[in-house]
Design a protein around this ligand. Structure first.
Ligand SMILES: Nc1ncnc2c1ncn2[C@@H]1O[C@H](COP(=O)(O)OP(=O)(O)OP(=O)(O)O)[C@@H](O)[C@H]1O
Length: 636
């Protein structure tokens, strides 16, 4: 990439930013112009502003709460030329408070009211989406070490690509950085570099990758090669997540480098035309910026955090009858719909509180494998659902709004990703500091010439610490660590000056023993922690092994004509459900009473005695079995 050709100003001059007043925090608000409306409800303006003051850097959990829902905002695009020409009616209304009203399509249908974190009307600008969708807050969190994702979902032609990267053609020529049409990705990059420039105490390293999932194949958009060779998606034991093997990542020292990644990927992504969109994305794309930060913490310890932000532009769901897709476009549409269906099942399972802890079919598509962490793992996620206001798209709009409402119920547990060794060193360092403080307190208690207030303060501190360590509090004649006083009675520390030298010597000896006991306790705690970490590692490995086994079993099940395939949430499953009469099993292959019960076993035995085939098998399989049986019979 030629960097010199792509040099931009870090902060685009002349771009007006709407200031977010802190006083508007958590307020409902509507911004309207001639034909625009932007409703914001229950939305924390502080959190979406450019300040990182709210972030508690000392904790390893998400600052708002230890569990948080996926944020969901809706963007309604204006009617397009075709819809205007056809005098299509608008069926979407904006009552305010982050609500959206979808009018009934038929006279008999009731209007439906949905509620989200924010709703952007047709007149909302790209800058409005940047400031009020919460993406700025996500960028701050990514800088703090969280794993963040913004994904756009919606039917084909609803404005996903427009929202993320801008209108079509923007990247056909060298893009103008001042163009107000740039999407969220471009303006996020600018905002990100502004954030980084404010953090002089931290060293940042940025790397970016850009991939697409086209017909269930992962293609590197920064290094597609002439053959567009697909890359493998694998499970990482270390990060406990899926990753794309050999994906090209580019070091991005400057804003230019990030923008060059965006341009390059946009040029290489798969785009096609159908009757509902002339520039339809035929693949899902994931642009990831990895942000590694290194800052000095305490006593020369450096803390490294690995944050990231994913921008996911999903291909639009499409009704192939309406898009008139055929041939290659039809194959693409089927793959798009299939992977979106798996995503839908994952979202439905995750949002259903009754299914908490149940199986989530992430492994059924590449898209869900790569989004697993964003959907329910340790990430912070923002979903932008794009819809059309036109009556002709009523069904698709209703589906998207339902999908989005479900996603809103999903809770994730965001955590900062840190190097485990560094985290351990930091916590050990903190323990050592606490011990040193304790020593100082004890030493202070021994200083005879100290001012009168000194011993009383020391006594208070020691007593407080004793309370912290001992559940039942210090017992008379016994120090908090359990080391008894020589004569069984603790001395009055406020009268240290009156003590005899031999008593003081005894006391000093006692404090030394006390200190020794504390060190031992500390080292015991560390050994326990080490043992626990080892146990955890073993459990993880075992889990890993079982998952691999499960995958093997699945793949065997899917291949075998005898064993029914595991129900997967895919088009196949729906088809199978529709033709239930065709679903069959081979009970001879499975006679485990724990699965089928004793009655089932008896049935099989009686069926075997009667010589009847247990179930009607498909003809081709039955013929094959008969052939083999004949073969066996003639041999014998
Ligand atoms: N909010 C908007 N304001 C103005 N034009 C818009 C808006 N949203 C979408 N459009 C226009 O509508 C057309 C279709 O949008 P876009 O290609 O972004 O849809 P999409 O959801 O990404 O579709 P697909 O899933 O087929 O890729 C584009 O010409 C785009 O510029």
């Amino acid at each position: 990439m030629n960097k010199s050709q792509r040099r931009y100003q870090p902060a685009a001059p002349g771009r007006k930013r709407r200031s977010n007043s802190p006083s508007k925090s958590k307020s409902s608000r509507t911004i309207t112009d001639s034909n625009a409306s932007l409703e914001l409800a229950n939305f924390d303006f502080n959190q979406s502003s450019g300040s990182s003051e709210n972030l508690d850097q000392s904790t390893l959990t998400f600052p708002a709460s230890d569990e948080d829902n996926i944020s969901v905002v809706i963007r309604v695009r204006p009617l397009n030329e075709k819809e205007v020409k056809a005098s299509d009616d608008e069926v979407v209304q904006f009552p305010g408070n982050g609500q959206l009203l979808l009018e009934g399509n038929l006279v008999a249908q009731k209007p439906r009211l949905f509620s989200y974190h924010a709703v952007f009307g047709p007149g909302a600008t790209q800058t409005d989406v940047l400031h009020f969708s919460g993406v700025e807050r996500l960028l701050q969190l990514a800088v703090e070490g969280f794993s963040c994702t913004v994904f756009c979902y919606g039917q084909t032609g609803s404005g996903k690509t427009h929202t993320l990267t801008g209108p079509p053609g923007l990247f056909d020529r060298k893009p103008d950085p001042l163009d107000q049409n740039h999407g969220l990705v471009f303006s996020s990059f600018v905002f990100l570099f502004q954030l980084l420039s404010q953090r002089q105490d931290t060293h940042f390293v940025l790397k970016a990758s850009f991939l697409e999932i086209y017909n269930e194949k992962v293609i590197d958009l920064l290094n597609p090669g002439s053959a567009r060779k697909p890359l493998a998606v694998r499970w990482s034991k270390k990060s406990r997540g899926f990753f794309v093997e050999n994906l090209f990542t580019v070091d991005c020292e400057q804003l230019d480098d990030l923008l060059a990644v965006l341009e390059e990927g946009m040029r290489n992504r798969s785009v096609g035309a159908h009757s509902m969109n002339d520039h339809s994305s035929r693949s899902h794309t994931i642009l990831t910026v990895h942000i590694t930060s290194e800052m000095s913490a305490e006593d020369g310890v450096f803390i490294t955090k690995q944050g990231k932000i994913n921008f996911v532009d999903l291909a639009g769901s499409e009704m192939t009858k309406k898009t008139h897709s055929e041939g290659k476009t039809l194959e693409e549409a089927n793959n798009i719909n299939k992977s979106l269906m798996v995503l839908g099942y994952c979202i439905a399972s995750l949002s259903d509180s009754k299914k908490k802890g149940g199986h989530i079919p992430y492994r059924d598509s590449k898209l869900t494998k790569l989004l697993a962490d964003s959907l329910a793992g340790n990430g912070v996620t923002l979903m932008i659902a794009c819809v059309s206001p036109a009556k002709s798209n009523f069904t698709e709009t209703l589906n998207t709004l339902r999908y989005a409402a479900r996603a809103k119920k999903i809770r994730t547990k965001p955590v900062i990703v840190m190097d485990p060794r560094e985290a351990l060193i930091l916590s050990l360092r903190r323990e050592v500091n606490a011990l040193q403080e304790e020593n100082d307190t004890l030493r202070n208690a021994l200083q005879l010439n100290a001012s009168a207030s000194e011993p009383s303060r020391s006594r208070k501190t020691s007593a407080e610490k004793g309370r912290r360590r001992s559940v039942s509090g210090p017992v008379r004649g016994e120090w908090s660590s359990g080391v008894p006083w020589p004569d069984g009675v603790s001395p009055d520390l406020s009268k240290l000056a009156d003590l005899k030298p031999e008593d003081l010597a005894k006391m000093a000896e006692h404090f030394l023993r006390e200190n020794e006991a504390l060190r031992k306790e500390n080292s015991d705690l560390f050994s326990t922690r080490e043992a626990l970490l080892r146990d955890q590692e073993l459990v993880c490995r075992e889990n890993e092994r079982l998952l691999r086994k499960l995958e093997d079993v699945n793949s065997v099940c899917c291949r075998s004509p005898i064993i029914p395939a595991r129900p997967t949430y895919s088009a196949d499953k729906v088809q199978a459900a529709q033709t239930e009469a065709e679903v069959w099993t081979n009970p001879l292959a499975q006679s485990d009473s724990s699965v089928y019960g004793p009655k089932f076993k008896e049935d099989i035995i009686s069926e075997r005695k009667s010589g009847k085939p247990p179930h009607r098998l498909p003809d081709s399989i039955q013929k094959e079995l008969d052939k083999r049986r004949i073969g066996v019979a003639s041999k014998s």
